[in-house]
Design a protein around this ligand. Sequence first.
Ligand SMILES: NC(=O)C1=CN([C@@H]2O[C@H](COP(=O)(O)OP(=O)(O)OC[C@H]3O[C@@H](n4cnc5c(N)ncnc54)[C@H](O)[C@@H]3O)[C@@H](O)[C@H]2O)C=CC1
Ligand SMILES: Nc1nc(=O)c2c([nH]1)NC[C@@H]1CN(c3ccc(C(=O)N[C@@H](CCC(=O)O)C(=O)O)cc3)CN21
Length: 293
Amino acid sequence: MSYAKEIDTLNQHIADLNGNINVSFEFFPPKTEKMEETLWASIHRLKVLKPKFVSVTYGANSGERDRTHNVVKSIKQETGLEAAPHLTGIDATPEQLRQIAQDYWDSGIRRIVALRGDVPANYQRELFYASDLIELLRDVAPFDISVAAYPEIHPEAKSAQADLINLKRKVDAGANHVITQFFFDVESYLRFRDRCASIGIDAEIVPGILPVTNFKQLQKMSAVTNVKIPSWMNKMYEGLDNDPTTRNLVAASIATDMVRVLSREGVNDFHFYTLNRSELTYTICHILGARPA
Ligand SMILES: NC(=O)C1=CN([C@@H]2O[C@H](COP(=O)(O)OP(=O)(O)OC[C@H]3O[C@@H](n4cnc5c(N)ncnc54)[C@H](O)[C@@H]3O)[C@@H](O)[C@H]2O)C=CC1
Ligand SMILES: Nc1nc(=O)c2c([nH]1)NC[C@@H]1CN(c3ccc(C(=O)N[C@@H](CCC(=O)O)C(=O)O)cc3)CN21
């Protein structure tokens, strides 16, 4: 097929889907008043796209956990959207985690993104893995549980196979929704999805899409997360360090190409790492056919 014909086919495929996709959006608790405004403007802008749920991240300390809870509560109250807190096994005892989970359940929260969490430097405690957390949550209440997966392998995993088995363990422990680490090499996602299917992971492997507006920060992130930045991407962001407008348009272009191909490969669910902004995510969802209800 010619490239021109391929592009036409990709776009027609999306048109034929008629907006029949599921999206979810990830936010983080704001640290300043200005960031708080940005967050809420984004939530209100994106809510009309009827996400299946939104999630709110959390860092490894109890102050942050309260912030996560407050944002989740406010989103539920102000928008009626399902809001899922991230919960990690870092810096809390199993007893504390049980209490937190019970409090979440009692306040009407039905979905949790269960993670081990990033391990802080000089962390002394024994690690409480995501699979341990899932077992604990299952014991508290019948939550819907989302977990993380790594198409390009988690940096601390002993091997690709060990990492895959860990994901299987998480699903077997009761996770029913899988979100991937962000990636830019679509082939690596597709291979990973095949490998998940081949070991009997039957949950949807939802791609995590990161529209890259801050390329410098991404370079740092990708070094610690083991995510490959294709060399063409370095070229794309060349000369844009002081040009946020063009960076935004480039970010939309890259992410749009990705979701077009993913859609053609049968992906109907997309999770967006919004970084509390709405513009890019809204545009990409629009191109995927999502429309205000
Ligand atoms: N916000 C999000 O959706 C995402 C967050 N992350 C972050 O990545 C970090 C890792 O969290 P998870 O993926 O939930 O961790 P996890 O517990 O599933 O795995 C963490 C690492 O430990 C290994 N591992 C798991 N169980 C083990 C065991 N029993 N013995 C030895 N090794 C074991 C895994 O292969 C992996 O390398 C978290 O900080 C999370 O916040 C990563 C991707 C997406
Ligand atoms: N290991 C790991 N830890 C995480 O917390 C994490 C993941 N992976 N993967 C999935 C999401 C993606 N996360 C991200 C991704 C990018 C930025 C980032 O570029 N932050 C910029 C701000 C950019 C902006 O505001 O536009 C920064 O300067 O921190 C932050 C968190 C958080 N999540």
